[in-house]
Design a binder for this molecule. Sequence first.
Ligand SMILES: [Zn+2]
Length: 217
Amino acid sequence: MAIGVAVASFFNEAEEPARLHIERILQKLRKMAALVATQSGDLSDAEVEGSQIHRESGPVLKLRLQVEELLAQYPRPRRRLSLEGSGSEYVFETKEAEIADGLITLYDKGLLDRLRDCEGDRCGKCYFARPNQQRCSDRCRHKKIEQTEHFKSYRALYAKEQYWNAVSRGLRSEIKNLSRSREDHKTKAELEERRKAALEKAEAAKRKREQLKDGKP
Ligand SMILES: [Zn+2]
C-alpha cells in the first residue's frame, strides 16, 4: 500500500507544523474508527436500519465534522487527465495535502492500525506494517532477537551461579558436622576440595554474567 508507506515516511521526515497537523487528523480518525467499531457491535436490528444516523450520534458526529473541517483547510487537488482516458490522477498542491488525503484512504480501508511507531530500542520510527510485522526493519528486528538471546544467556549464567553457590553452602555445612576422627579428617579434605571447585564455578559464572551486563560478548 504505497500511500501507507508515504504517510509513514512523512511522519519521519516532515517538520512541524505540517507533521502536527497530520498527527491531529490521524488521532481523530483513529478515535472515530474505534468508536464506530464499538458502536456497530452494540446495534440491534432496528437500529441498523437507520444505522448511519445512530452511529453518527454524539461523539462520532463531532469527530467527523472536526476531521472534515481540518481537511477543508487544504486546497482541492487538481485533476491531471490521463491520455488513455482512464487513470486520471489527483494532483495535490502540497505534500501535506496529499498525506491528509492518504489518511482518509487508510481510514476507509481500515488500515490505520497498520501505521505504527517502531518499538525497537531507541528507534521510534513510524512505519507502515505488514500484518504481524513487529519492527520497522530487519535491522530493528535482529536487534530485538539479539537482546532476547542476550537476556537468556544472562539468566542462564545467573542460575548457574546460584546453583554452585548453593552446592558450596551444602558442602560447608557437611564439613562443619564432621568429627575430629582420622577418617573424617580425610573426608573433610575431599569435601573442601569439592567446595573450592564449586566456588570457582560460581565465580566464573558471575564474571561472565558481569561481562554480559557491560555489553561485552
Ligand atoms: Zn525500528
